[in-house]
Design a protein around this ligand. Sequence first.
Ligand SMILES: [Zn+2]
Length: 194
Amino acid sequence: MAKLYFHFSTMNAGKSTVLLQASHNYHERGMQTYLLTARFDNRAGQGRIASRIGIGADADTFDASDDLFEKIQNRVAQGEIACVFLDEAQFLTEKQVWQLARAVDDLGVPVMCYGLRVDFRGKLFPGSAALLALADEMREVRTICHCGKKATMVVRQNADGQALREGAQVQIGGNETYLSLCRRHWREAVGDTA
Ligand SMILES: [Zn+2]
C-alpha cells in the first residue's frame, strides 16, 4: 500500500541527507525515484537537493502554482517510479498536499515529504500543517540543542546574532542565520509573549 509520509524536523537536522540516502537506496536496487524541491524564482525545471555534508542530486521543482498530481502523473507516464521524494515540503500549499494524497491513493505511488515543522516565530508552515493533518505516517528527523536536549524550534538571527521576532515567514538571500534550539532555550532567546 502506497502512503503519504511526512518527515519533519527543525533547521539543520539533516533532512536532505536523509532524503538523498533513502532515494539512493532505491537506485541501488535498480528502481527509479522522482525528486522534487521548491523553486523560488520563475524558472521551471532543474533544481538541486543538496545536503550540508556534501552530497546532492538533481531534482524537478515546484512552486505554489503547480498541480503536483499532474506533475507526478506525467512523470509516471514516462516510466515507472518506486517513490516520490519531495524536499522543502513546508512550502506546499494545502491544496498541493491534497494533490499528493490523491497521487498516493489513485496512482499508487508512495510520496515522502521532508520539511520544517515550525518557522522562527514558532508557527506551523502551511505545508507542514496540512501534512500533519493528512499524512499516513510521520517521522521526526532529530537534532539537538546546544544543551543536549532535542531541538524542536528555530531562531532567526540578524548579522549581530540577535534573535528576530518579526518578519516574513520565508526570507531569501538575507544576512540572517538560523539556529535550532529546544523550546526552553528558544524562549530564552526570543522572549515570552504570553
Ligand atoms: Zn536547549
